[in-house]
Design a protein around this ligand. Structure first.
Ligand code: HEM
Length: 314
């Protein structure tokens, strides 16, 4: 008599949350650990004045050096970053639960409500980023175009995802929502590329980035400290050139905030472009492989039903 082998622990784990294939579960886990971990670490940034831009309350900024020069200016920059953080952090947490099959099967009504809330928050967060686009992370054209592209991907995929859900086109709905969130998740991969490339370029050395004196003055907290290191900023302080920009060394190894900010500004756009390319390719490959698999499973089922019906007819 053949004894039934006990199911491995890992199989029991992914079956419990509703996955039928191990690799689907591990890919979900990868996205959840990456995005979820990032969200958990960044939750404290919701306190804009006390933590993210702590210099506003006498502390230190956790934002990239110099970013709070804009984030603390009343108006579109302040509102933009506030909306981005306040909307995207809860949206990401809600979105991760949407991809758990057991959650969808057991509480479809909750999946619907959760999905609408996550999508509205994500779209609002992306609009918030568009408001700060001109200045964020140095405001370079590489950064602006990368952020703009990601915004278009998020808007279009979310729109298609909602429309297909309303039409009950479940396969398309799954594909578009995966596109929306896997591509938005590129912002986590881009941080890995950003840190790695910043280190490499700092070792290579001799990289410079153009920064406004107003921002350098914000980081160094005073005219004397700024002029001591950057005398080229004199026309900014004299009022001769209030929009004076100068080239500063970009480096993350020396503990110099101006140089750290310059390096991060320099590589932000490139890191984003590379991360979007990786995620866009990855999600399309995943959709291609799994849709072939789903089609095969469906046709086997249909054939089986056909055989059953034929037998019944006999
Ligand atoms: C997937 C969900 C997302 C999460 C969890 C997220 C989270 C964050 C957080 C915590 C920050 C603060 C700075 C930092 O820690 O790096 C930030 C900044 C930023 N995010 Fe997002 N974000 C997401 C999606 C997006 C999308 C889709 C875009 C572009 C369309 C975007 C563009 C930016 C930009 C440009 C900044 C820099 C703001 C600055 O100047 O400090 N993010 N994001």
């Amino acid at each position: 008599m053949a004894l039934n082998k006990p199911m491995p622990y890992s199989t029991r784990l992914y079956r419990a949350v509703g996955f039928t294939k191990g690799y689907n579960f591990y890919l979900w886990l990868l996205l959840s650990l990456g995005l979820g971990g990032f969200v958990l670490m960044r939750l404290k940034y919701l306190d804009l004045y006390g933590t993210f831009c702590g210099s506003a309350s006498g502390g230190r900024d956790l934002a990239v050096p110099g970013e709070c020069f804009y984030h603390l200016q009343p108006g579109r920059y302040q509102i933009g970053i506030m909306v981005h953080l306040a909307c995207i952090l809860p949206a990401s947490a809600l979105a991760l639960s949407q991809f758990v099959p057991a959650f969808r099967r057991r509480a479809l009504w909750l999946h619907r409500i959760n999905g609408y809330i996550a999508t509205v928050l994500c779209v609002a967060a992306t609009i918030g980023v568009l408001a700060i686009l001109r200045r964020t992370m140095g405001g370079g054209i590489d950064t602006q175009s990368m952020t703009g592209l990601l915004a278009i991907i998020v808007f279009y995929s979310s729109y298609k995802g909602i429309v297909s859900a309303r039409r009950h086109q479940i396969e398309q709905h799954r594909a578009w929502m995966l596109r929306a969130w896997v591509n938005a998740g590129a912002i986590v991969t881009m941080r890995v590329i950003l840190i790695t490339s910043s280190m490499i370029l700092s070792f290579v050395g001799d990289y410079y980035y153009v920064e406004p004196c107003a921002k350098i003055n914000f980081i160094l907290q005073g005219e004397n400290a700024t002029l001591a290191r950057y005398p080229e900023c004199a026309p900014f302080f004299s009022g001769e050139d209030p929009n004076r920009h100068i080239a500063v060394k970009a480096d993350v190894i020396r503990r110099d905030k101006v140089a750290i900010g310059a390096m991060i500004n320099m590589v932000f756009g490139m890191s984003g472009w590379l991360a979007i390319a990786i995620h866009a390719f990855g999600v399309e490959l995943y959709l291609h492989l799994t849709s072939t698999e789903r089609r095969t499973a469906k046709s086997v089922k249909l054939q089986q039903n056909g055989v059953d019906n034929a037998l019944k007819a006999d």
